[in-house]
Design a protein around this ligand. Sequence first.
Ligand code: KDV
Length: 200
Amino acid sequence: MPNYKLIYFNMRGRAEIIRYIFAYLDIKYEDHRIEQADWPKIKPTLPFGKIPVLEVEGLILHQSLAIARYLTKNTDLAGKTELEQCQVDAVVDTLDDFMSLFPWAEKNQDVKERHFKELLTCQAPCLLRDLDSYLGSKEWFIGDDQVTWADFYWDVCSTTLLVLKPDLLDIYPRLVSLRNKVRAIPAIAAWIHKRPQTKL
Ligand code: KDV
């Protein structure tokens, strides 16, 4: 097994999907969490000045979803067929598009709060309605018999959305139940229990 070092802030954020995948696949890695104060020093050393990155065999891999796709390739988390894999990627991208709309780094707290509120009250309902009908009464987002990393990403993203708006899923019991099924997978449950508790 290669030596893996994951570098991110002390947050779930964009690294958490990678941590879920490592946990589920029982892969050892270093969960390196940097201080905000050290970020300006580290940023210029990275190929695109962004984290998370994953160091593996002397390479610095960037882009959380590319890293997640690399780690899940040829595993049961990827989707069985190429068509299923495309559906997994599409659900992941749909969730990621939405999470990327949030002005996470906005300095003006007024502007930030207004923008967050707008996304959570006006745009989230449309996304949730579509996710709920896409899920339908299936066991998982893609197919009935196997969890994929799209289900993991739903748990990761919805955990943060629920911190921001606790009543977000009150009218979507099937989306809540999907979260609960992901969180009940023993390796994921163990990770959630032992991970550092952070707001985001
Ligand atoms: C921050 C932050 C995120 C989740 C998904 C971007 C994110 C950024 N700061 C926290 N959570 C995408």
